[in-house]
Design a binder for this molecule. Sequence first.
Ligand SMILES: *[C@@H]1O[C@H](CO)[C@@H](O)[C@H](O)[C@H]1NC(C)=O
Ligand SMILES: *[C@@H]1O[C@H](CO)[C@@H](O)[C@H](O)[C@H]1NC(C)=O
Ligand SMILES: *[C@@H]1O[C@H](CO)[C@@H](O)[C@H](O)[C@H]1NC(C)=O
Ligand SMILES: *[C@@H]1O[C@H](CO)[C@@H](O)[C@H](O)[C@H]1NC(C)=O
Ligand SMILES: *[C@@H]1O[C@H](CO)[C@@H](O)[C@H](O)[C@H]1NC(C)=O
Ligand SMILES: *[C@@H]1O[C@H](CO)[C@@H](O)[C@H](O)[C@H]1NC(C)=O
Ligand SMILES: *[C@@H]1O[C@H](CO)[C@@H](O)[C@H](O)[C@H]1NC(C)=O
Ligand SMILES: *[C@@H]1O[C@H](CO)[C@@H](O)[C@H](O)[C@H]1NC(C)=O
Ligand SMILES: *[C@@H]1O[C@H](CO)[C@@H](O)[C@H](O)[C@H]1NC(C)=O
Ligand SMILES: *[C@@H]1O[C@H](CO)[C@@H](O)[C@H](O)[C@H]1NC(C)=O
Ligand SMILES: *[C@@H]1O[C@H](CO)[C@@H](O)[C@H](O)[C@H]1NC(C)=O
Ligand SMILES: *[C@@H]1O[C@H](CO)[C@@H](O)[C@H](O)[C@H]1NC(C)=O
Length: 612
Amino acid sequence: MASRLSFVSLSLILAFIGTTAQSQVVPTGAYTPTKGACPADFQLVRMAGSAASNQTLSTGEAAYIQSRKSEVIPGAWQTYLSNVEAAASGTTLPSYVSALLANESGGPTLGIATSGGGYRAAIVGAGFLNALDGRNGTSAAAGTGGLLQGASYLSGLSGGAWFVSSLAQANFPTIQNLIFPPTEYAAPGGASDANAYWGGWHANYSFVTPSDDPLVDAAYVSWCVDEILGKQLAGYPVTFGDVWSRTLARHFANGTTGSNFYDESYPHGAGVLFSEIANTSMFESYQIPFPIVVTDIDVPTTNASAIIPGDVEPITNPIMEFNVYEMGSYDPLLSAFAPTKYLGTTNGSLCVTNYDQSSFVAASSSELFNGLTFELLNDTFGPLLAAASDSLPGLQNELYAYWPNPFYGVAPDTFGASKQSSLHLVDGGEDGENVPLQPLLVKARGVDIIVAIDVSSDENNFADGSALIATQDRVALFPSAYSFPPVPTTAAEFTSQNLTTRPTFFGCTTTPANLSTPLVVYLANGGPPHDGAAPVTNTSTYQLSYEDSEVQAMLDQTFVLATQGYPASAGETMDPEWPACLACAVVDRARERVGTARSGVCESCLERYCWS
Ligand SMILES: *[C@@H]1O[C@H](CO)[C@@H](O)[C@H](O)[C@H]1NC(C)=O
Ligand SMILES: *[C@@H]1O[C@H](CO)[C@@H](O)[C@H](O)[C@H]1NC(C)=O
Ligand SMILES: *[C@@H]1O[C@H](CO)[C@@H](O)[C@H](O)[C@H]1NC(C)=O
Ligand SMILES: *[C@@H]1O[C@H](CO)[C@@H](O)[C@H](O)[C@H]1NC(C)=O
Ligand SMILES: *[C@@H]1O[C@H](CO)[C@@H](O)[C@H](O)[C@H]1NC(C)=O
Ligand SMILES: *[C@@H]1O[C@H](CO)[C@@H](O)[C@H](O)[C@H]1NC(C)=O
Ligand SMILES: *[C@@H]1O[C@H](CO)[C@@H](O)[C@H](O)[C@H]1NC(C)=O
Ligand SMILES: *[C@@H]1O[C@H](CO)[C@@H](O)[C@H](O)[C@H]1NC(C)=O
Ligand SMILES: *[C@@H]1O[C@H](CO)[C@@H](O)[C@H](O)[C@H]1NC(C)=O
Ligand SMILES: *[C@@H]1O[C@H](CO)[C@@H](O)[C@H](O)[C@H]1NC(C)=O
Ligand SMILES: *[C@@H]1O[C@H](CO)[C@@H](O)[C@H](O)[C@H]1NC(C)=O
Ligand SMILES: *[C@@H]1O[C@H](CO)[C@@H](O)[C@H](O)[C@H]1NC(C)=O
């Protein structure tokens, strides 16, 4: 996120913000967690191992990755390679590229991370992924399409989490079909099965004031509040994060269309669970990179010296992740996970389900309100906050997303929230690490190439590399757990060397001791395209709605950003070798593992694209 100026508490805001229309009490069961018997073999907490030597993945994730690597990725790499070769006509790749992509056990393990930055980041992140998606014929023809299909992991944070969670729960459609589904659907069973259908992003409806009619808007915000009353009545602490979740659901969870947007007989994604991604057909057939959503956590004792100036949370706090199977952290501070499906549960005698609402996961990852100034909050989110304060007298006096703490008593010396009954989750970018890299640095995941998509808002709402610097700083605090390639230490270095306006590779030189450090392909939304077009991808993080035509223009310009490469001379707008250079980077760690020397176009490419 952009820098934050000060901390404001909800009570202060409520003291200032006026009231809106009274809302009716119509609690929605679909958003309410339910309690039941625990399964026979139930285990609330899995200790994941704090050292590289004993770290383990969940059995679900390990099985998913293994099946994806044996059943899907070999064919995906073949298709990708033929796209690269067709686009790079006249350029011959060294033979090791195809050999390594065909090597099932020794081929590359790829992760893609897509950053925060509100709707801008969701759209531009989706645009970058579209350029890597082999299902889009234009992307395939450009020679970048197909890389997405070869990825093992896909992580998202804040706006990037809206994108990743919506993509996964919608059954991994193409980007164009994700944002603009081809035809308006009508659920055959009407409201009762609306959640089985995906209706698109509806970016032209603002999160807070979707219509031009103040009465409609007042009703809208009161619905978003009413829908969480059932959860509150059932005894769970609810916060503004839940209200936020309900408005996000209408954009990023199944069940909302243009025609039912204001129809409260529809569930609007209430009841669509993050753990249910496991039941989509694309996940069941291992067609989607394993999705991960990143959040930060606020803990009672703040390590002020570890807060990067302008940010909110210290980089020493654990970074939490949600995946389809588990929520927790591989940070050595915690090294523990709880099952996503049973989040809300705090002991083994009574199990809670229906807490892991996909929209609440997305809301937790984008819960940036604790870091905003009062003015920005009131100006941007005022009506939603006012509706919440009117109808939820028991609303927690804090701007965090509350999750009952499954890790109570776990790692008491290092996990700052060990003695709290609820985890206080906040926007994943609040520590400055706006690109969700941490899950991809986990040694047990064996990721050796990371495509890092940075749509942060730094200068002019473009990224300036600060997010990578924050990751570099944090990794230095946990050398036994993570390694990250060297990147510049100041944003000025990034921008003066144009590292944000062209693809840049970090970590091209290795020694046997740091061969397991991933190579990072940095794709930043750092400036206008080289073709001279006026920029459309640097909108404000606080722009809460977009016309369809604006979204399409951003996707199309991002396609140019993703495919233009690093032109060899100032007069050119494209690098015809870029697809080949990207493929060279993809196999580079695998190449080093078998001891083959870089050669041919890969040698000159890496010299040009690598930062040294
Ligand atoms: C993993 O190894 C670390 C360091 O040796 C040790 O402290 C920890 O207890 C081990 N964890 C598990 C789950 O075995
Ligand atoms: C495939 O990868 C494995 C593991 O790195 C390696 O031992 C083997 O030599 C590779 N095979 C080829 C044909 O490159
Ligand atoms: C969302 O809708 C799509 C169809 O558009 C369906 O394939 C998918 O399974 C649904 N997701 C969930 C979590 O129910
Ligand atoms: C959003 O676009 C849809 C389809 O073009 C249209 O029906 C709807 O009225 C628009 N909504 C707003 C708030 O502009
Ligand atoms: C979803 O998939 C899991 C296994 O991944 C299975 O146990 C569960 O019954 C499925 N749920 C539904 C509603 O199909
Ligand atoms: C606080 O942060 C500093 C780095 O700024 C770190 O060295 C120190 O260990 C941290 N202390 C705690 C208690 O996390
Ligand atoms: C277990 O958790 C449930 C629901 O959170 C709670 O009502 C119950 O008192 C707890 N039981 C024990 C033994 O702590
Ligand atoms: C909050 O915003 C509203 C407009 O949405 C404005 O009327 C009001 O004066 C603002 N309150 C403060 C205290 O700035
Ligand atoms: C986008 O960037 C240009 C500079 O390339 C700048 O003039 C413009 O103000 C920026 N737009 C926004 C909304 O920040
Ligand atoms: C950065 O880009 C600008 C504009 O294209 C160019 O004039 C300058 O020489 C570039 N700087 C470096 C270090 O490549
Ligand atoms: C590996 O270590 C060498 C020597 O310290 C260093 O030059 C290189 O940048 C490191 N590579 C990575 C990927 O960290
Ligand atoms: C492929 O991507 C381009 C660029 O955004 C877009 O214009 C086009 O509609 C996409 N094609 C398909 C079939 O999704």
